[in-house]
Design a binder for this molecule. Structure first.
Ligand code: NOJ
Length: 539
C-alpha cells in the first residue's frame, strides 16, 4: 500500500494549467504575460495548487498561439523576458510550487532556423531534420494524410519540388524523429530548461512523433459524416502512434531522469489500451503521466463513467500512476459540457478519483465557453473549418479575477472577449462566497492534500444506481465514500456492506456533518464526500 511520504510530488499534488496569454496582463497590451502569472502566485498558494503547467511561452509567430515555436530556448517578447521567467520560477519555488513547461517536439515553426535551413536545398545538412517526400507518381501530395486542422498534411515547396509533412498548420512543419540529430537537439532543449530548474514537461502530441517510414496511406473512416472535421475522414493508422515512438519516449525519459524528481506528461489522445502503452514496456521507461483525457470525451452518465474508471484502472500497468483531466485549452469548458448544476460533482470526481488531477484555469470559477463574435476570432482552427465547433477561442478567454472592467485581466482591450458572467463569476467575488464553487475547490483540495486516502489511497468501485455513482477511497484505517448524483432525480443506494459515516464535503452545504448509516439518499445534481467511520467490509 502506498503511503503519502513515499509518493512523488506529481502523484500527490494537483496540476493547474495556465494559458499564459489569458491569465493576467501586466504590460497593458491585452495579452497575459509572465509577470502576471508571477503576480498571481499567491492565488495558486491560496487554492492549494502545487504545480503549474504553462502552455508555450517561447518565441513564435503565433500562427497556433505558441504551438509554432521559432526558438525553443527563449521567451516570447509579448510574454516577457528570460529574467521574467527566472523570477516566475523563483517565486513559484519559494512557495513550494513546481513549474512544468510545454515542450513541442513534433513540429517547429516554419520560421525556425532549422526549417529555414532544411528547405534551402535537398542536400542541406538539415534537410533530413524534417519529413520531405517526392510528389506521388500521379502528381500531388505523397499520400492521403490529413492535417489535424483540415486539408492535406503535405505542403509543396516549390524551390525543391518536394512536399513537407505538417500534422497541423503548414506553418508547423513536422520534425523527422527518425533522425538522431533531431533527437539530440531536442534533448539539449530539455536540458536547457531542466538546468534552469523547471520541474518537468507536458509534451505536445507525443503520439504523433513517429510516422510510418513507408508513408503508407491511411484507411478511410467509415463513420465519417458531413459536418465532422476533415481530419476525421481517415483513420490515422500510419500517421501517428507507430511502434517506434516508444523508443523515442524511452530516450526522452532518460534525459529527464538525468535530473532528480522531474516529470514528463504526454499529451496523448488514444483509446485506453493504447494510451497505457506510453507508461513504457518496463517501469520507468515511458512518461510518468500519459494524459488521460477520457473524462473529456465520455458521456456524463454514471454507468459510462463507472465503466471508464474500471477500464482505465484495469488497464494500468504495474507501477503506472493514474491521472485525470476535465478540461484544457483545446476542449470545450467543463461547464459547457455538463452544465452549471453538475460543476460541484465534476470537481468532486476530478479530485477524488485515484491519480493526479489536472485542472484548467478558470474551471474552479465555473468559467464557461464564451461566444466569440466573428471579428474577434483568433484560432486558425475556426478560420479553416468555420462553424462546426472546432474553434478553441471560447475556452481560452481571460481569467476572471474581479468585477472591474475586463474582469481585472487587463486595462486594455483583451485579445479575446471576457465572459459575460464575470461580474459574479470572478475570483474576488467567489472568495467571499462560502458556498460557491471556488471555495468548494479550495476546501476539497485542502482535504485531498491532508488525507492519504484521497491523494494516495486505493480505489474501490461501490456501485451505480440510476445516475448515482459511488466509490470508496481507502488508506489504512481511513476511508471515504464518494456519492455523485450525475442526474436530476433523487436516488437512494444501499451498498452490499454495512457502513456508517459523516458527510465531510457536500455540494449542498446543509448536508455537511450529516450522519449516514448504510443507505444513502442523494438529491439530483448533488455530490457527497463522506468520511467512513465504520465499515464491515474494510474495517
Ligand atoms: C496540441 C495542443 O494542445 C494544441 O493547442 C495545438 O494546436 C496542437 N497540439 C499543435 O501543437
Amino acid at each position: 500500500m502506498l503511503v503519502s511520504h513515499t509518493l512523488h510530488w506529481w502523484q500527490k499534488e494537483i496540476i493547474y494549467q495556465v494559458y499564459p496569454r489569458s491569465f493576467k496582463d501586466t504590460s497593458g497590451n491585452g495579452i497575459g504575460d509572465l509577470r502576471g502569472i508571477t503576480q498571481k502566485a499567491v492565488y495558486f498558494q491560496w487554492l492549494g495548487v502545487k504545480a503549474v503547467w504553462l502552455s508555450p511561452v517561447y518565441p513564435s509567430p503565433m500562427k497556433d498561439f505558441g504551438y509554432d515555436i521559432s526558438d525553443y530556448c527563449n521567451i516570447h517578447p509579448t510574454l516577457g523576458t528570460m529574467e521574467d521567467f527566472d523570477n516566475l520560477l523563483h517565486e513559484l519555488h519559494e512557495r513550494g510550487i513546481k513549474l512544468i513547461m510545454d515542450l513541442v517536439p513534433n513540429h517547429t515553426s516554419d520560421v525556425h532556423e532549422w526549417f529555414m535551413e532544411s528547405r534551402k536545398s535537398k542536400d542541406n545538412p538539415k534537410r533530413d531534420w524534417y519529413i520531405w517526400a517526392d510528389p506521388a507518381d500521379s502528381g500531388g501530395p505523397p499520400n492521403n494524410w490529413r492535417s489535424e486542422f483540415g486539408g492535406s498534411a503535405w505542403e509543396l515547396d516549390s524551390q525543391t519540388g518536394q512536399y513537407y509533412c505538417h500534422s497541423f498548420l503548414k506553418e508547423q512543419p513536422d520534425l523527422n524523429w527518425f533522425n538522431p540529430e533531431v533527437r539530440e537537439a531536442m534533448w539539449e532543449v530539455m536540458r536547457f530548461w531542466l538546468n534552469k530548474g523547471v520541474d518537468g514537461f507536458r509534451v505536445d502530441v507525443l503520439w504523433y512523433l513517429i510516422k510510418d517510414r513507408l508513408l503508407r496511406n491511411n484507411p478511410p473512416n467509415p463513420d465519417w459524416e458531413e459536418g465532422m472535421p476533415d481530419h476525421d475522414k481517415l483513420i490515422t493508422a500510419f500517421s501517428n502512434d507507430q511502434p517506434e515512438v516508444h523508443d523515442v519516449v524511452e530516450q526522452m525519459r532518460r534525459v529527464v531522469d538525468e535530473y532528480p524528481n522531474r516529470l514528463i506528461i504526454g499529451e496523448i489522445y488514444l483509446p485506453v489500451d493504447k494510451l497505457v502503452m506510453y507508461y513504457g514496456k518496463e517501469p520507468d521507461t515511458g512518461v510518468h503521466l500519459p494524459f488521460n483525457f477520457h473524462l473529456v470525451s465520455t458521456e456524463w452518465d454514471a454507468q459510462q463513467i463507472n465503466k471508464l474508471i474500471s477500464e482505465y484502472e484495469g488497464a494500468l500497468p504495474a507501477g503506472g500512476w493514474p491521472n485525470w483531466v476535465l478540461g484544457n485549452h483545446d476542449k470545450s469548458r467543463i461547464k459547457a459540457r455538463v452544465g452549471e448544476d453538475q460543476l460541484f460533482n465534476a470537481a468532486l470526481l476530478l479530485l477524488t478519483l485515484r491519480g493526479t488531477p489536472t485542472m484548467y484555469y478558470g474551471d474552479e470559477l465555473g468559467m464557461n465557453d464564451v461566444e466569440i463574435p466573428p471579428e474577434k476570432i483568433q484560432d486558425p482552427r475556426e478560420f479553416r473549418e468555420p462553424g462546426i465547433g472546432v474553434g478553441r477561442d471560447p475556452q481560452r478567454t481571460p481569467m476572471q479575477w474581479n468585477n472591474s472592467k475586463n474582469a481585472g485581466f487587463t486595462n486594455h482591450d483583451p485579445w479575446l472577449p471576457v465572459g459575460a458572467d464575470y461580474q459574479t463569476n470572478n475570483v474576488d467575488s467567489l472568495m467571499e462566497n462560502q458556498h460557491g464553487l471556488l471555495q468548494f475547490y479550495h476546501d476539497l483540495i485542502a482535504l485531498r492534500q491532508k488525507e492519504p486516502a484521497l491523494h494516495g489511497g486505493s480505489f474501490h468501485p461501490v456501485g451505480v444506481q440510476n445516475q448515482l455513482l459511488c466509490y470508496r477511497r481507502q488508506h489504512e484505517q481511513s476511508a471515504f465514500f464518494i456519492a455523485l448524483n450525475l442526474g436530476k432525480e433523487e436516488t437512494s443506494f444501499t451498498p452490499s456492506f454495512k457502513w456508517r459515516g459523516v458527510v465531510e464535503i457536500a455540494s449542498n452545504p446543509k448536508r455537511k456533518g450529516e450522519k449516514i448509516e448504510n443507505t444513502i439518499h442523494v438529491n439530483g445534481n448533488d455530490g457527497l464526500l463522506i468520511r467512513i467511520t465504520g465499515n464491515s467490509e474494510a474495517g
